[in-house]
Ligand binder design. Structure first.
Ligand code: PHE
Length: 454
């Protein structure tokens, strides 16, 4: 069984693949606009605290469950509590990954479109192009479909080789390009206002919405809460140090998001744009930046190519969650289920694609109140799946690992090749059993109060 499922080629390959899943639009598209909507530096600090205090230890918990049983989430849970209701936590993760993929695919389609747009459209024209673009549903939907097909083709062939290979080349190039863009953006007039917004916290800006957004963003950006890292951990040999791996992955993920902010905010303030302009933020600011830059067309196209590939390594990992479940547990052939899932996702994503001004009904969908997220269908779906359900998933999985399987057993699994983990073992157990569930429950209760769902 073990050998049929495959293993990561190397520790570094695994770190890159998990980082490839974690690093994506969440870092470069979502992090800046959520930071912009939530007032800047103070949000960034809350986000970083959640990443370290909750994200890192929780990621380690998902890895340990996967590696201990070498199965997907539902399979691993069944090994511990035979066919109990806990398996629905795994199923919730599958549903959540389908929901996330639906809107994530739409944004990935935008990214792909901007490769060609930056290359072939004259800078000044492109600047005002975003709303025209999202209002032309045929083009938008076509690119969304093309992106999902790319994703399906890679998952169809099996993930490991695909992701490992891409990530090894992509990550370093992406980082170099981001640093070059940071230097450029910070030389623009008035860019220091952006740095101030991004780095000087005004703690008066922390409110309920900020905290909910920071928690959701921390889990979303690290690809946690849907059992994805359980599946990734299941491909690990016992000799891999999961503790140091998790530290690297979390570090790279936070680093790339922070770097993106160092471009967007200085550029944005220099251009006099509004930081709170929502999901379209980076599709407005980056083209403007490229329009002023020498060789901007080429640099811009290259940037969007890298971003598309970063998105692809994330969509591939998202699609792998339902696929590996159906292959492992329902014995459906990989080929068949890949295409079925792709079609399902495509249909669910259509309203998101039509929600940026194309169809009024989806543009002002408003189910979750404005005090939590914007009213368009895409933002609403992003909130429901990317913040709410993902966090609920993380809550139940941490309770399952901490209390049902037992934090001690999980710690033993990590210690098999845990390096310095033993020094943190007690703190880790405390975080998994108490701190993570308590903080997440408190935040969820307040969300339900605000939305009036209870
Ligand atoms: N972490 C990815 C990103 O930041 C998105 C993602 C979320 C991928 C959940 C997989 C699972 O872009």
């Amino acid at each position: 069984m073990k050998d049929d499922r495959g293993h990561w080629g190397s520790k570094i390959g695994f770190i890159l693949a998990a980082s490839g899943s974690a690093i994506g639009l969440g870092n470069i598209w979502r992090f800046p606009y959520i930071t912009g909507e939530n007032g800047g530096a103070a949000f960034v600090i809350v986000y970083l605290i959640f990443v370290l205090l909750l994200g890192l230890p929780y990621m380690l918990a998902e890895f340990s469950l996967g590696r201990a049983f070498q199965l997907n989430t539902v399979g691993s849970i069944d090994k511990i509590t035979n066919k109990s209701a806990w398996r629905y936590v795994g199923i919730l993760g599958i549903i959540t990954s389908i929901g996330i993929l639906s809107f994530y695919g739409v944004i990935s389609g935008w990214t792909l479109a901007y490769v060609f747009k930056t290359l072939f459209t004259e800078g000044q024209v492109l600047i005002n192009d975003f709303s025209n673009f999202v209002n032309n549903p045929y083009y938008e939907i076509l690119l969304y479909a093309i992106f999902l097909i790319f994703t399906a083709l890679i998952v169809y062939k099996g993930v490991e080789a695909g992701i490992e290979k891409w990530c090894k080349i992509l990550m370093p190039i992406l980082m170099v390009l981001l640093i070059a863009l940071i230097i450029y953006a910070n030389l623009l007039p008035n860019s220091e206002l952006g740095l101030k917004f991004y780095l000087m916290p005004d703690f008066g800006k922390i409110n309920f919405k900020t905290i909910v957004a920071a928690l959701g963003q921390a889990f979303f950006s690290l690809s946690l809460g849907i059992g994805l890292m359980v599946t990734f951990g299941s491909y690990l040999p016992k000799s891999t140090n999961m503790f140091s791996s998790a530290i690297y992955i979390v570090f790279f993920d936070a680093l790339i998001a922070l770097l993106a902010g160092f471009i967007i905010f200085p550029a944005l303030f220099s251009m006099g744009e509004n930081p709170a302009s929502g999901p379209s933020l980076v599709f407005i600011i980056f083209p403007k930046l490229f329009a002023q830059m020498p060789f901007g067309n080429i640099v811009g196209a290259f940037f969007f190519v890298l971003l598309s590939i970063a998105a692809l390594t994330s969509t591939v990992s998202l699609l792998e969650v339902p696929v590996s479940y159906f292959v492992d547990e329902k014995k459906i052939s990989r080929k068949k289920i890949v295409w079925i899932m792709t079609i399902v996702v495509f249909v669910i994503g259509l309203p998101s694609a039509l929600s940026q001004g194309t169809i009024d009904f989806f543009t002002n969908f408003g189910f979750i109140p404005e005090s939590l997220t914007s009213q368009d269908f895409l933002s609403q779906i992003s909130f429901i799946f990317g913040d709410l359900l993902l966090t609920i998933g993380a809550l139940f999985l941490s309770i399952f690992i901490g209390w049902i399987w037992g934090a001690q057993k999980a710690a033993e699994e990590i210690k098999i090749s845990g390096g310095k983990f033993y020094k943190f073992e007690k703190i880790w157990i405390f975080l998994i059993k108490y701190i993570i569930p308590i903080i997440v429950v408190l935040i969820l209760i307040s969300i339900f109060k605000v939305t009036g769902i209870t």
